[in-house]
Every structure is written in C-alpha cells, then in structure tokens.
Design a protein around this ligand. Structure first.
Ligand code: PLP
Length: 444
C-alpha cells in the first residue's frame, strides 16, 4: 500500500545561477548555446544545466546541485560515471600519446573482445560516432546489393545523415519527407518510410519497389521516439521478407547494442541481421561507433573492396582503451542479469504506485531501458500513437524531478537508462522522488 497523498506541493526550485551564466556565454559561441540540440532544454522548463562532474550514478551541475542520473550521457555509461577501471585504462594508454593515424594493438584487442563474444558478426570496422557507423553501413549495403533505395521506419532515429533525416508523409508507403532543412528532395526520394509494426505496409513497399531496396534499417528496440517495443514476430517477419527479396537487414544497435545483452537486441531476440551498427556503450564514454557483418559482406569495404570509408581518428587508441575497459566488465558472468533485474524491480515498484494512485501513466521497459508514457492506451508500438499533448505532463514531472535531485533526459520522447552504479538504495531514493513528482503532476 502506498501512502495517501498529503498536502503535496512543488519542491523549491534549485539554484541555476551558474548554469544560467554559462548558458548566456555559450549562446554567444554556439547556435542555440549547445553542440547538440536536445541539450538546450527546449522541451522542458528552464535553462540547461551545465555539468561539472559525474561519479557513479550521480551528476553535479555548475551550481553544485547533485542528481541521480538516468540520462547517462544518452546511453553510453552503462557502468555509471567515471568508472575507475575505464579511467585507469584511459590514463594508462594516454601516457603513450593520443593518436597515431596508424594501427595499434588496442584496436585488435577491442575487436577480439567483441567478435569472440558475438556470433552475429564476423568482421567489424570502427568509426568515431553512431551517425558515421550508420552512414557507412548504408553505403556498404548499397555497394553490396548494387541497389539505391533504403527503407526506414517512422520514429526510428539513425543519426543525422541526409538519407535518414526523413519522416513519413501520409499514406501507407511513402517516400520520406525531409525532417531537416538542407536535405535535397532527391536524397529523400531514395528513402522509403513506413510505420513500425505494419506488415501490410512492408509487403506493399516490397511489391512497389521490387528489386530496388538495398537495405531495411530498423532500431530493433526503437528508443529515440519513446520506447516503441516491437513484437519479436514483426522483427522475424522483417528478417524473412528481406531474405526473400535479396535486401539486407540492418539492425541499428547504437542504443540496444551491449545494452540489452552483450549481443544487443540481435542476441535478445535471437535474430541475425546482415549488418549491425554500434555506438554509445562500445566507446565507454569516448567517441566510438562501429559496424559489422559477415566476413563476406565486410570484404566490400576499402581497402579490401570498392566501398570507400575512412576516418582520421577511427580506432583512436584512447577511445579503444575506454571501450576495452567497459566491455571487459560487461562480459563478466551475471552482469546483465543483475542490471536488468534491478531495473525491472525499480519499474515494477513505480508501476505499483501508479496503479494504486490510478494515474494515467505507463512505463515501458526492456533490459535497463525505461520510458514514461503519459497515457493508459497500452504498449505504444508506432510513433503516431504518441499524443504530443501528453508531453506537458512529462515537462512538469521533469521539473519536479530536477528539483528533487533526479536528472532525466530533457524530453518526454527520450528514454531513461539504469546503470550498474545505480544501487538498490539509490533507486529507492529515485523512486520516492518520482512518487512525489507524480503526485505534484496530478494533484499539485
Ligand atoms: N542510431 C541510433 C539508434 C541512435 O540512438 C543514435 C544516437 O542517439 C545514432 C544512431 C547516432 O549516433 P551518434 O549520436 O553517436 O552520432
């Protein structure tokens, strides 16, 4: 039984003096004051918090406010902030220099760690971001199949390359409409966009563009527009229809890779895509992306094959060191069982409270990813099922949570991440802050 609602009032506003000052300065340097848009706090109240340090499950801002962090740098920090083994490995490697533009043993070491524990890919290429990994994997798929069109799903984000910054127009099967200025319509015309969880649209797309689709790209766990959990059966169908049509299936595992399990969503669902992209966790908090596939498909990449792709800082030794240190923790027996179980208990406690209070909220969860949906309509599987008006409640909750020492990504479309550093005690504290915040949202 949860406690009855007392005279619940909003928590006092935290001080943001220094963040406000830093933000004003930042606006004179950077468009919108930031180097990546969501950081600007446009979808929530107040100015963005400027962060001073992180340790374990906690963050401190420039005004010395302390927060339990569920953003975790948007996913990479599965061990929490400033993990000692990552810090030590990075510092050790840095003694010998930061970059050589030549191969190092560290690249072999990280590749060995990944490939020997992941039967879904045979060869890998490191890049410096998830965007770069996806862009390169799409080029590989086009080069390999000698086809031009790609098919993506509305509500999946794959980084900011031109061909993928497109959203669905109206209708069952559409060419993408650009979702950013600066993308030629002709590029968007190579991208077919359909809704998630829609077999009929998929069939229709393959009928309409027979022998033209190089690759179908999907986040197997779509986690950039809410958490749009797909039925395993839909992902299996995707696998079949791609195989039947000579189209490659690309799982974009920039979020789900090393998050749901060491082998990501591919392992979780036991479905073998043709190409997989990684980012975030793979770099232990430093800039690393990667794409991998069978040795046969990867042999098309230069210098072995004709598909060009390169990078001055690809395989950077410091970034490789961070990746090695982080992934070495993840392969330890029981790592994912503990993390996923802890998250499940946390979310179940929240759901119990929500049920007893009868609040119109649901929390979707998979592994250590969770998402608050301010609705009671049941699991949301498509982007167009999210009511934009429901974001008002997220906004209120976000402010209350910040004022109560809990940091979530500053948008209701973003998911939360639990890290290994989030102990049961810390999660209990966060839970109480969430209870109180929801009470304020619905009764304050
Ligand atoms: N793909 C997915 C599924 C992502 O979530 C992201 C980033 O959030 C990207 C690609 C792009 O990665 P990056 O931001 O490292 O370029």
């Amino acid at each position: 039984m949860v406690e009855p609602i007392k005279n619940i009032t909003s928590a006092p506003e935290i001080s943001r003096e220094k963040s406000v000052e830093l933000y004003a300065k930042a606006k004179t340097y950077f468009p919108g004051g930031v180097n990546s848009p969501v950081r600007a706090f446009k979808s929530v109240y107040g100015t963005p918090l400027f962060i001073k340090k992180g340790d374990g499950a906690y963050l401190w801002d420039a005004d010395d406010n302390q927060f339990i962090d569920f953003c975790c740098s948007w996913g990479p920090l599965i061990l929490g902030h400033n993990h000692p083994s990552i810090r030590e490995k990075v510092m050790d490697v840095m003694q010998y220099g930061m970059s050589f533009g030549a191969p190092t043993a560290l690249e072999n070491e990280l590749a060995e760690l990944i490939l020997s524990n992941n039967s879904f890919i045979e060869k890998i290429r490191f890049t410096s971001s998830g965007t770069e990994a996806v862009m390169s994997a799409i080029r590989l798929a086009r080069g390999y199949t000698k086809r031009n069109k790609i098919l993506k799903f509305e509500g999946c984000y794959h980084g900011h390359t031109d061909a993928l910054l497109v959203k669905a127009g109206s209708g069952l099967v559409t060419f993408g409409e650009t979702s950013s200025a600066g993308i030629p319509e002709a590029f968007a015309k190579e991208t077919i966009v359909i809704a998630l969880n829609d077999k009929e649209a998929l069939q229709k797309a393959f009928e309409e563009f027979k022998d033209e689709i190089a690759v179908v790209i999907i986040e197997p766990v779509p986690a950039n527009n809410g958490l749009l959990l797909q039925h395993k059966e839909f992902l299996q169908y995707l696998r079949e229809i791609c195989t039947d049509n000579g189209t490659l299936l690309l799982f974009d595992e920039v979020i789900s890779g090393f998050r749901l399990s060491f082998t990501g969503a591919s392992g979780y669902y036991d479905i073998k895509p043709d190409v997989i992209t990684y980012g975030k966790i793979i770099g232990g908090g430093l800039p690393v992306g990667a794409y991998g596939a069978s040795a046969e498909i990867m042999s098309n990449i230069s210098p072995e094959g004709a598909v060009y792709q390169a990078g001055t800082l690809s395989g950077n030794p410091v970034a490789m060191a961070a990746g090695i240190a982080q992934l070495s923790e993840l392969v330890k027996p029981g790592f994912y069982d503990d993390l996923n179980r802890k998250t499940e208990v946390f979310v179940n406690n929240l759901l119990q409270f929500i049920k007893e209070r009868n609040y119109p909220v649901q929390i979707d969860q998979i592994g250590s990813i969770f998402w608050f949906a301010f609705t009671t309509q049941g699991t949301i599987r498509r982007a167009d099922e999210i009511d934009p008006a429901s974001m008002e409640n997220f906004k209120k909750m976000h402010r209350e949570l910040l004022n109560r020492g809990v940091y979530m990504g500053p948008s209701g479309y973003e998911v939360g991440f639990v890290s290994a550093a989030h102990t049961t005690d810390i999660l209990d504290k966060a839970k109480q802050a969430i209870f109180d915040s929801l009470d304020v949202v619905f009764n304050g």
